[in-house]
Design a protein around this ligand. Structure first.
Ligand code: F3S
Length: 284
């Protein structure tokens, strides 16, 4: 049996940076808070909680903090929340991924120049909520073809389209094509992160030749769920697991090639554990 582990499996640059930031702040001592769970991975969040890191979820909770450091995760936050944190009684440690920060800057600048901002992404995702909050005027969020068809704004108003960093590249092109048929002056900024695209392309390639495919990711991680969808299209025998505890899988036993990939919020040690167990055949 051959096992192919995707080179791009696991933490991307931005998530690694955010997680490293929390551990390095912990070493400095003092009370540490994160605004929302630092990543969509229960194992990491539980480990941090056991070291005393506390998750803050609302601006009201923020008002009650006195002292300590508050880390902004890689998804980023709205401008209003960023300013509130800066004015609060805690030290702000901004671990917003630089690629997300770039979208905040584009949105702030383009909306200030009068453009209608359109974000192609999942409404309600924290990154999208954060991006919306940097637009001077209400931004539209488009997630599917029906929403793209229904989009309208004032005819003379130029439109600036950006994307959630983890959005599916093919779907982005499809939605942009619908918008471009409309009579607006549209500027498109493809802000999909290359880490996501590379991970998705490699997963598709491995899944297309594998007899079984394993996607490791957190239950609430949307980029892991997207990876699963991509692999499932290529390989019917695709499984979504969180940790090695979810093994064994209901495999036939005749599989010759097994592919493994993991979402951007899956730590290296979890990938290694799964790899070791699959590799030794112990779990089949
Ligand atoms: Fe940043 Fe790309 Fe990861 S935007 S958080 S490096 S997926």
């Amino acid at each position: 049996m051959e096992i192919i582990l995707a080179k791009t499996a696991g933490f991307c640059f931005g998530v690694q940076k955010a997680v490293d930031t929390v551990y390095s702040e912990l070493k400095k001592g003092g009370k540490i808070y994160t605004y929302g769970p630092i990543i969509h991975n229960e194992t990491v969040v539980d480990d941090l909680a056991s070291r005393g890191v506390q998750v803050i979820n609302t601006p009201e909770e923020l008002e009650n903090l006195h002292g300590g450091s508050l880390i902004i995760r890689s998804h980023g936050v709205t401008r209003a929340l960023y300013e509130k944190i800066m004015q609060s009684d805690v030290k702000c440690v901004d671990a917003t991924c630089p690629f997300v920060k770039r979208i905040h800057d584009i949105v702030a600048q383009e909306s200030a120049s009068g453009k209608q901002i359109v974000i192609i992404g999942n409404a309600g995702h924290p990154e999208v909520v954060g991006i919306m909050g940097w637009s001077n005027t209400p931004a539209a969020v488009i997630e599917n073809a029906a929403e793209a068809e229904a989009f309208e704004t004032a005819p003379e108003r130029p439109v600036c389209v950006v994307s959630q960093t983890t959005f599916n590249a093919g779907k982005f092109q499809e939605l942009v094509a619908i918008l471009q048929k409309k009579p607006y002056n549209i500027v498109v900024m493809n802000t999909i992160c290359s880490a996501t695209r590379e991970r998705q392309e490699e997963a598709r390639e491995i899944a297309s030749s594998a007899d079984a495919m394993i996607v490791i990711g957190g239950k609430t991680s949307s980029n892991s769920a997207k990876l699963y969808d991509i692999c499932r299209k290529e390989c019917e025998n695709t499984f979504f697991i969180q940790t090695r505890e979810d093994l064994p899988l209901p495999l036939k036993g005749t599989e010759k090639t097994i592919g493994i990939t993991a979402g951007a919020s899956t730590p290296k040690n979890i990938i290694e554990e799964v790899l070791n167990h699959v590799g030794t055949g112990r779990e089949f």
